[in-house]
Design a binder for this molecule. Structure first.
Ligand code: URA
Length: 235
């Protein structure tokens, strides 16, 4: 159960003040009857809420892609640094979490959702969901290093990294696609071939591709098609 004004705000009808105004004006019906009480409790799973004669569908899950800028931490709360959740300027942040982690100095695609099942499946080591990174390196990447990165390198863990895809895209530039999410993995992989990362940006996450129109710090909701493709990624 939730307040009617909250239900409408969370389903993107408008700001809390605009929603309250509309309720007062009699623009909102609950189960066919005009309701002028902003604090009226609706059962979001059963009640039919209409705004301006249109049914408002309750979305239990929300999905956003954020182009994470450098300098913010991937966490829900932090006492010192700005977090990715601080950048997500939406009404409904309850239960939302970033799927996986990008380092403070890494930029790029970060999925934020309240869909725990999908989020956790996407991170499961068993699912082998690919993530592509654009990497600027300190030194030139030789063909033998590229092949080593693809075949798997020793980054100091029990096992070498799993097969990856590595494409040299420019001088000291690489696109690296990995299907694991080990701590600082890309940086450690480059170290393993005696190189280092100068700039790192994630450009894909499974089927999801970072929207080129999103500048660092901007976000948008995923389309239904994008969510569907992510579901397919986890089989
Ligand atoms: N690998 C890294 O080293 N850092 C990231 O932020 C993501 C992958």
């Amino acid at each position: 159960m939730m307040r009617l004004d909250k239900f409408l705000t969370e389903n993107e009808i408008g700001s809390r003040s605009r929603v309250k105004e509309s309720i007062k004006k009699g623009m909102v019906k609950v189960n066919g009857v005009i309701c002028r009480q902003a604090d009226y409790k609706v059962d979001e799973t059963k009640d039919e809420v209409m705004y301006s004669e249109k049914i408002v569908k309750y979305k239990p899950y929300l999905y956003y892609m954020l182009n994470k800028p450098q300098g913010v931490v991937t966490a829900t709360k932090d006492n010192i640094d700005k977090t990715v959740m601080d950048l997500l300027d939406v009404d409904r942040k309850r239960d939302m979490f970033p799927v996986g982690r990008l380092d403070k100095d890494t930029e790029g695609l970060l999925l934020i959702t309240n869909d725990g099942e999908l989020g956790h499946a996407l991170l499961s080591p068993k699912k082998h969901v690919f993530k592509r990174y654009y990497v600027q390196c300190g030194k030139e990447i030789s063909e033998s290093d590229r092949i080593a990165l693809e075949q798997g390198v020793d980054i100091g863990d029990e096992k070498n990294t799993l097969p990856a895809k590595a494409v040299i895209t420019g001088t000291n530039e690489l696109e690296l696609e990995i299907c694991e999410g080990r701590f600082h993995q890309v940086k450690r992989m480059l170290q393993a071939v005696d190189n280092n990362v100068i700039f790192l940006k994630r450009i894909t996450f499974g089927s999801l591709v970072l929207d080129k129109d999103l500048r660092p710090g901007e976000f948008r909701e995923l389309t239904d098609e994008e969510v569907e493709l992510l579901r397919k990624d986890i089989g």
